[in-house]
Structures are given as structure tokens and as C-alpha cells.
Design a protein around this ligand. Structure first.
Ligand code: ACO
Length: 316
């Protein structure tokens, strides 16, 4: 039994803020942000827009695209670190919004690796025969937890959601061929929030040692790419699409340089959305959805707070 992607949907808040529209007091510039990160704009959630509402919209589109009725979904796994509530899980709100009343729904906390972690868990359920049709969602609203007076972090993030429907199919050489997830808590203080429910009683705001994260991301992207190539007896030339987490275009350029992959195969869309954390990979997949669904080998690479990192090879 294999997990085969059959539908994809995304959602963005209605408000878009370009670099030049950022508050003057931030003392940043369009040039600095573009040169250091590749970001031109980001979408920011407004009143009534939340991780659950964006996830629900993305999931509805994914189900419509897959031509699947919500009642056929028996698992909802949602990667997020900006849930609507401390509890219940945002996944159960999405489950209710969609009218799904069976199976299980839960959140996964792996920051920017949330989507790949959620994909790995859902795939395992399908492979074990414990689920037949899963909604895998990556969604975050980091605009709600950035410190809007800290120019070194607030310019980097945006909000959004993406959902992928995966279905159990008797397919040997098609679908999610392999998926790996990793974490190393020794790096937990390189990228974290300044608070939490059990420590300060609040969500806190993002604190990051940017250069450490940068180096680690390059190293783990390269390591994960090699891991998946070995798992699938492939060379870099066999990869048709490479979808890395969008944190910084310079990180992705380093990956291209080191791996030797043809640059045309690598998706870089950070200019449009900034770093949307767990939503970054499905948003990127959506930007090349025709190529993704029309066949070939698509490699996903993620890296986030924890540190967490993960990768997947999808063949359609
Ligand atoms: N505008 C203008 N200047 C700025 C800004 C800004 N927005 N931000 C920082 N600067 C200044 C700094 O104050 C510093 O000034 P100084 O030299 O006078 O001290 C200078 O720019 C250089 O700062 P650095 O932090 O050294 O800049 P760097 O080139 O490392 O870029 C960045 C910073 C963009 C954060 C980079 O390190 C990066 O992308 N890191 C990786 C982030 C990442 O991958 N995150 C992914 C995971 S996110 C998650 O999981 C939640």
C-alpha cells in the first residue's frame, strides 16, 4: 500500500504587505530585505483570519481538487506552531469546519518542518492500514508571534496554509516513495519563542540566531537530499522538481551550488510569500502544481526550529 497525493489546495490571508509598506520605525529597507533574503512581500492575517480558517480553506480546495467527499477523510494531520487555541488542536476545528465526524485529527509541532512531519505521520498510518484517506496540512500565522519592533525577524515571515490529500492505493512505484524526519534538541535555543503556555503563560515572540540557523539549514538540506537519493537509488539528475522550505533564497542558492542540481528544477518563491513556516512547502508545491501532478520525481526538503528537518520523495 502506498500513499498517493490526489489533491492540493492553498489559502492566503487577503492582506499583502510589501517591503516598502513595512513601518518606517523598523529602520529596514527593501534593498536589505531583498539582498539578504529574497523576500519582496508577505501575506498577513487580518481580523477573522486564523490558522484554522486558512487551513479549512486550503483543505476544501484540496478535497475539491481530489474529488473527495469530506466524509471519506479518516485522518487530519496538521503541522503548525501557531494554533488557534492551546487546546483543542487546530486540526479538530478544521475537521468540524469540513463536516468530518470520523477518524482522528491532531496537530504536529515541528515549526517549519511541520508539513513534512505531518506527511510522514499520515503516510505511516496509511502504510499500517490505519487510515485510507488523509488530509495533510501545513499552516501558520507567524505574524501573530513576531515581535513587530524587531527588524531582524519580523520582515522574514508571512502567513498561509496548504493542504494535500493522500490516499491509500495499491501502487508499487507511485506516490510517496520515502519520507524521513529528524530532530536534534541540542539546537533548541537557536530558534525559539520567548515564552510558552507552561513557562510564561503567553505565546512569546520569535527569537533567532540567524547565522546558526542558516548554516544548519544548508547542511541538513544537503544531507537530506543525499539521504533520499540513496533511499531511492537515484542520482541528482533523476530529480525533476526540488521543493525546499522557503526561509531564505541564499540558503537555497547554496543548496543548488553544493548539490549541482539544475537550477531550473528548484522552486524559489520566497519573494511572494516570505517564510510561511509549515505552509511553505505546500504553497511552493501549488506554484508548480501542473508539473507536480503531471508526473516525475519531486523532492521535498524542510528545516525548522528544534532543530527539526525532514525530506520526502514523491513520484507521480
Ligand atoms: N533591515 C536592515 N538591517 C538589518 C535587518 C533588516 N531587516 N535585519 C538585520 N539587519 C542588520 C543587523 O542589525 C546587522 O547589522 P550590524 O552589522 O550593524 O550589526 C546586519 O544587518 C547583519 O545582520 P545578520 O543577522 O548578520 O544578517 P544575515 O546576513 O545573517 O541575515 C538572516 C539574517 C536573513 C536572518 C539570515 O541569517 C537567515 O536567513 N537565517 C536563516 C533563517 C532561517 O532559515 N529560518 C528557518 C527556520 S524558521 C522556523 O523554523 C520558525
Amino acid at each position: 500500500m502506498n500513499s498517493v497525493p490526489i489533491g492540493l489546495g492553498v489559502a492566503l490571508p487577503s492582506r499583502c504587505i510589501t517591503n516598502t509598506e513595512l513601518p518606517k520605525e523598523l529602520n529596514t529597507s527593501d534593498d536589505w530585505i531583498i539582498q539578504r533574503t529574497g523576500i519582496h512581500q508577505r501575506y498577513v492575517a487580518g481580523d477573522g483570519e486564523t490558522t484554522a480558517s486558512l487551513s479549512t480553506e486550503a483543505a476544501r480546495k484540496a478535497l475539491a481538487n481530489a474529488k473527495i467527499h469530506p466524509q471519506d477523510v479518516d485522518l487530519v494531520v496538521l503541522g503548525t506552531t501557531t494554533g488557534d487555541y492551546t487546546f483543542p488542536a487546530t486540526a479538530v476545528i478544521v475537521q468540524k469546519n469540513l463536516g468530518i465526524s470520523k477518524g482522528a485529527a491532531f496537530d504536529i509541532s515541528a515549526a517549519c518542518s511541520g508539513f513534512v512531519f505531518a506527511l510522514d505521520v499520515a503516510d505511516s498510518y496509511i502504510k499500517l492500514g490505519k487510515a485510507r484517506c488523509a488530509l495533510v496540512i501545513g499552516a501558520d500565522t507567524y505574524s501573530r508571534i513576531v515581535d513587530w519592533s524587531d527588524r531582524s525577524t519580523c520582515v522574514l515571515f508571512g502567513d498561509g496554509a496548504g493542504a494535500l490529500v493522500i490516499q491509500a492505493q495499491e501502487a508499487q512505484n507511485r506516490g510517496l516513495m520515502s519520507c524521513s524526519i529528524h530532530s536534534d534538541g541540542n539546537y533548541s535555543r537557536c530558534l525559539l519563542t520567548s515564552g510558552g503556555v507552561s513557562t510564561t503563560g503567553s505565546a512569546g515572540s520569535i527569537k533567532m540566531f540567524g547565522q546558526e540557523v542558516f548554516k544548519f539549514a544548508v547542511e541538513k538540506f544537503c544531507e537530506s537530499l543525499t539521504e533520499q537519493l540513496i533511499n531511492n537509488h537515484m542520482t541528482i539528475d533523476d530529480v525533476d522538481l526540488l521543493i525546499p522550505h522557503q526561509a531564505n533564497s541564499r540558503i537555497i542558492q547554496k543548496l543548488i551550488e553544493i548539490s549541482g542540481i539544475d537550477e531550473k528544477k528548484v522552486l524559489i518563491n520566497i519573494s511572494k510569500y516570505a517564510n510561511t513556516s509549515a505552509a511553505s512547502i505546500p504553497l511552493a508545491l501549488n506554484d508548480v502544481r501542473n508539473a507536480f501532478f503531471s508526473g516525475g520525481n519531486t523532492m521535498l526538503l524542510s528545516m525548522g526550529a528544534g532543530f527539526t528537518w525532514g525530506s520526502a520523495l514523491i513520484r507521480l
